[in-house]
Design a protein around this ligand. Structure first.
Ligand SMILES: [Zn+2]
Length: 80
């Protein structure tokens, strides 16, 4: 029955490792930093989409963005 003790020890050690890993301030700070990075990336990608007119045209009637290939506004159907 020695293997049972070994399995029990591994499970307990793994549980302690999980609790310690999720409870540290470092990982929380890392998560926050990742969130900041995601936000910055989103703002940046939005800025690029607005300035880069290739493929996307803004409808003059309703202001919605429609694809240049379709040639028509997806919201109101006006010719872009
Ligand atoms: Zn429109």
């Amino acid at each position: 029955m020695e293997w049972l003790w070994l399995v029990g020890f591994v499970v307990v050690a793994g549980g302690i490792g999980l609790i310690a890993g999720s409870g540290t301030g470092g990982s929380r700070e890392e998560l926050r930093a990742r969130g900041r990075w995601d936000q910055a990336f989103e703002i940046e990608s939005r800025r690029i989409r607005q300035t880069d007119a290739t493929g996307v045209l803004r409808c003059r009637s309703c202001g919605a963005n429609g694809s240049e290939r379709a040639g028509r506004c997806p919201r109101c159907g006006a010719i872009l």
